[in-house]
Design a protein around this ligand. Structure first.
Ligand code: GLU
Length: 585
């Protein structure tokens, strides 16, 4: 989201409650400059959206810290990126505390209702159609984002929830200027949105996707933020907003009926957003911190880095480098699919051990692509030799694209890498009537049936369980000090995008903006490797890799810590319409 919104200083009024009748400014805080790269001092923010970035910068400028700014920025994304972020969804918050030189994380993943069973997404032994599940009450999990914000502020912030929500509340009330990306995302979802009167009224004013350049207002969301500010997040977990969420999920108000959900008030009341020990991987003398289960982000990025490290990247030409990158991600995805989920005893430290990486790295033939699907290794008994596991018909589960990532640093050196989502672009498509936000469809991130028949699947649905995620907010430390923070949306491609950016920056001599802009490919142990049009497949095809063209992979943001307190904030130059990076000075 970005440039267009900036260029269109003037808006044309259209219809309906949510659209302005006359030109207005987008918010009280002037949007950040439409730039995807910024260098400076005093703090930095990088997001997909200039309004959100501007709000984060303003919080920093007024003396707020990175956590205050991250929450304010996320709340703003709930306004301008409502199809990717918002209080109806969840996410993972990774925080570097400069005073104590420690990395912390908050798990704000949505949870399943207590009534969920491993077969809840099946009928007559068959998985229900995926599209049916996406747009349904059944896929709605307990939102984790509100409690993530509260927990982050309580633990490390300097502002109240009410203070941090105030700028986004104004933005929701005054409106933001619709850009091409927002328009296109609405158009892509128009059919299913039209089925839900509350969603239609909010996002299809006059029955159509809002035109580029018009102002979209969300007074209901402003009221929701007001209530959260005044009464706290209990308004969701034990209060009136929660009651509306439950009612909506159990019986989605729709023109044509959709599957009903099982969420109850007890499920909301039982929700926690726990602080979790981050994953930690040593990579070429640096420490890479990420998100532990129920996300597979930290373990999978970390394992792939370890594998790549074993094969060595120094001095390789582009083809040899990319060959190893694709192979390492293929192998680590095989292990992720078999071992990682919201289950007891995920072998996190074994998956991240050098010993295990050695038994995987040795499977890589420097001249030949890996055949896929690769079977998983066994991190419990990594052995010393090159352990070639028995072949299996392991499949790669499906995950859709959406989500958003923000990165914030403050003048004290605190850093936040925060990825949040409502799962699919537009989530379940179901807006809570009168509350101004979409509910997630995160429970479709469970596997509906075991991925490999006869092999335990850690990501089947279960009572109160969190679906496995791929979100990979990542902070890299050098000698205990931050060097880099990065993350991206994109479902399972999040993992490969973060990995590719890390390798580009740390190994391939690219600057952070170059590493973000570089053409992407994503190998996830499926039949083919997804590749953007600009990704050069020629020499890799000759080695046996098969590619499937995709328009775009990910929408990353990051911050690098340069010498003497200088910060480099970077967002996408073009993907998803380009992002917005800014520094305080
Ligand atoms: N639900 C996905 C996950 O947690 C993120 C959604 C996306 O980026 O597509 O991995």
């Amino acid at each position: 989201m970005a440039k267009l919104r900036q260029l269109l200083g003037v808006v044309s009024g259209v219809t309906a409650l949510t659209l302005a009748a006359a030109p207005t400014t987008a918010s009280a805080v002037a949007p950040a400059k439409p730039t995807s790269t910024a260098t400076g001092y005093g703090g930095a923010v990088a997001t997909v959206d200039p309004d959100a970035t501007a709000i984060g910068i303003d919080v920093l400028r007024r003396g707020g810290n990175a956590v205050d700014a991250a929450v304010a920025t996320a709340a703003a994304l709930g306004v301008t990126e409502p199809y990717s972020a918002g209080v109806g969804g969840g996410g993972f918050f990774v925080y570097y505390d400069a005073k104590h030189h420690r990395v912390h994380t908050i798990d704000g993943r949505e949870t399943a209702p207590k009534t969920f069973t491993p077969t809840v997404f099946t009928e007559n032994g068959k998985p229900i159609p995926f599209a049916d599940a996406v747009t349904s009450g059944l896929s709605i999990g307990v939102p984790g984002t509100p409690l993530t914000w509260q927990n982050a502020l309580d633990a490390w912030g300097t502002r109240t929830l009410e203070q941090t929500l105030a700028p986004a509340t104004r933005l929701a009330r005054n409106g933001f200027v619709v850009d091409q990306t927002f328009h296109d995302q609405t158009a892509d979802n128009a059919k299913r949105f039209a089925n839900f009167p509350a969603t239609k009224a909010l996002f299809l004013p006059g029955g159509q996707p809002p035109a580029v350049g018009t102002t979209l207002r969300n007074p209901d969301l402003a009221k929701t933020y007001d209530l959260l500010g005044q009464d706290g997040v209990q308004a969701i977990y034990r209060g009136p907003i929660g009651r509306d969420i439950v009612k909506t999920a159990q019986n989605p108000p729709a023109s044509a009926p959709v599957r009903q959900g099982q969420l109850t008030a007890d499920d909301l009341a039982a929700y926690t957003a726990p602080f979790r020990t981050p994953t930690k991987t040593g990579y070429e003398g640096l420490d890479v911190y990420g998100m532990a289960p129920p996300s597979s982000g930290g373990t999978t990025v970390g394992e792939a880095l370890n594998i790549v490290e074993k094969t060595g990247l120094k001095g390789l030409d582009a083809t040899d480098y990319l060959h190893r990158y694709l192979a390492a991600s293929t192998l680590s995805f095989a292990d992720r699919n078999r071992w990682v989920g919201d289950v007891p005893g995920v072998p996190v430290s074994s998956l991240l051990s050098d010993r295990f990486a050695a038994t995987r790295a040795c499977l890589i033939d420097p001249d030949k692509a890996l055949t896929t699907p690769q079977p998983p290794g066994d991190p419990h008994t990594p052995g010393g030799d090159c352990a070639r596991p028995a072949a299996s018909d392991t499949k790669t589960p499906y995950e859709g694209p959406s989500t958003t990532h923000l990165t914030v640093a403050d003048k004290w050196g605190n850093v936040v890498a925060y990825t949040l989502t409502i799962e699919q672009t537009g989530g379940s498509g179901i807006t809570v009537p009168g509350r101004g936000f979409l509910l997630n469809n995160e429970l479709t991130d469970f596997n509906f049936t075991p991925v490999t028949p006869g092999v335990p699947d850690p990501n089947l649905p279960g009572p109160g369980k969190r679906p496995r995620s791929s979100m990979a907010p990542t902070i890299v430390l050098s000698h205990g000090r931050p060097l880099l923070a990065v993350g991206s949306p994109g479902g399972a491609t999040i993992i490969t995008t973060v990995l590719q950016i890390l390798l580009g920056r740390l190994d391939r001599g690219l600057t952070l903006p170059q590493a973000i802009a570089a053409p992407r490919a994503s190998a996830r142990n499926g039949k083919a490797v997804d590749a953007e049009p600009a990704f050069d497949t020629g020499a890799l095809t000759a080695r046996g890799w098969t590619f499937a063209p995709v328009k775009e992979i990910g929408a990353a943001t990051g911050i690098e810590f340069l010498k003497n307190g200088r910060l480099l904030a970077a967002a996408e130059p073009t993907r998803r319409g380009g992002g917005s990076a800014a520094t305080v000075r």
